[in-house]
Ligand binder design. Sequence first.
Ligand SMILES: Cc1cc2nc3c(=O)[nH]c(=O)nc-3n(C[C@H](O)[C@H](O)[C@H](O)COP(=O)(O)OP(=O)(O)OC[C@H]3O[C@@H](n4cnc5c(N)ncnc54)[C@H](O)[C@@H]3O)c2cc1C
Length: 461
Amino acid sequence: MPEIVNLLIETFGKHCVLTHEQASTRIASNWKQPGNLNCLALLLPENTQQVSKMLQLCNEYNQPVVPHGGLTNLVGGVVTNANEIALSLERMNKIEEINTTNKTVTVQAGVVLEQLQHAAAEHGQLFPLNLGAKGTCMIGGNIASNAGGLQALRYGVMRHLVLGLEVVLADGTIISSMNKMMKNNAGYDLKQIFIGSEGTLGIITRAVLKLEDMPGTRNTAFIAVNSFDKANELLQLSRKHLNNNLTSFELLWQDYYTLMTSPPSVFAPPLPQTYPFYILMESLGQNEENDKTSFEGFLEGCLNNELIVDATIAQSHQELNWFWGIRENVEHIFSVHDPVFLFDVSLAISDIDIYIKDIRSNLQSIWPDAYLYTFGHMGDGNLHLYVSCGNDNKETKHRVEEIVYKPLQKIGGSITGEHGIGLEKRSWLYLSRTPEEIALMKTIKKALDPKSILNRGKLFE
Ligand SMILES: Cc1cc2nc3c(=O)[nH]c(=O)nc-3n(C[C@H](O)[C@H](O)[C@H](O)COP(=O)(O)OP(=O)(O)OC[C@H]3O[C@@H](n4cnc5c(N)ncnc54)[C@H](O)[C@@H]3O)c2cc1C
């Protein structure tokens, strides 16, 4: 056994350090990375001090470490090689304090997102980050990847929900910045550098997060429109007319909607499959008397003036699950098409329509039978594209990526709105960041992790 593993076992005991063999009974990823974990050892710290001491030793031994949260990352951010040590935060899963006066919650990094949502709800509070992987992903992973999700339009992304952070640097230094205030301008806001750093700058161990009042009303509709411009008009109008309650505005192109509402999908179509665009719109509010009436009245007005052509409002919890299932059950695509390339680009709302039309035509000019399924958070300009063109060899992958990513540079879009860079998008980073930005990122990495032990090779080639 390598010396560093022996030393870690000696220092922390066998319950905190699993050997290569023990770790290899675990899965490597909760998202389509086949096979089991193949690492030198798996560390399971129980507190920040242990994380600190573990990193100190690994740093001394120049030992690469890959931080693991819920392993739902989609871009190879948690890929661990046989010569790397994985460090999972899963045992640091305590919700330390929910403060309903200050509207904050203090958590350890291994708390599962859904567990936090439930705990907050028991106190009449909402923790508004919401995403399909909520039952598995962890707060540390959400912060490290600056997760976005389904309610970012109203509440922002993870960055906007973090007030304070505790991080352990590569050399074991603990940076405790557990601020609980909204305003604190005492020097640099250090936490920002770690949010979205994909485990490359430090290991997040604890956080102070913002809470919101739990909404008392929820109105959700599936809507059909005849053009992208109508969808855009509806978005602008609903922002104005729904008393700032608009929380989700998810756009589904016809082919995605049809796929998700046709067998073998378990979901029937709530509206006919004949329209070019569908919107899943949700409004969360507090006014039990008025919210429903104003939501229905707004949609009725839109129908009357032909802004929208069809709509149906969820009437029960079951219907809510049905509507959201159509939007969220992305795994269904893989049961119909394999292989599939997955993208999460971000761009100005006004550029979306033409961008998608161009991508489709460019793909089909090379692969006439290619499928492009598009849907996403239109309200914040973040789209998910699933492309299937028959094979996934290296050359095809590169050509598809070129078609999807290259046009984004010209229009100031981003190659990733949510999922990050990881291993998958390293070679395209230059399209979304200037050489000077990338150089500064590398300077920061070097300053905080001079031996590059943390998530080595992720983010940068
Ligand atoms: C079905 C599905 C739906 C999804 N929907 C969305 C969505 O709507 N929006 C969105 O943004 N993402 C989405 N994702 C992607 C993913 O769930 C998020 O990126 C999530 O935030 C990752 O959390 P995790 O705990 O699983 O992190 P992991 O996958 O374990 O890790 C993510 C990255 O963070 C690092 N990391 C993990 N924990 C720490 C820590 N404590 N300190 C430092 N670094 C750490 C890892 O090394 C890795 O680079 C989805 C994924 C799936 C499978």
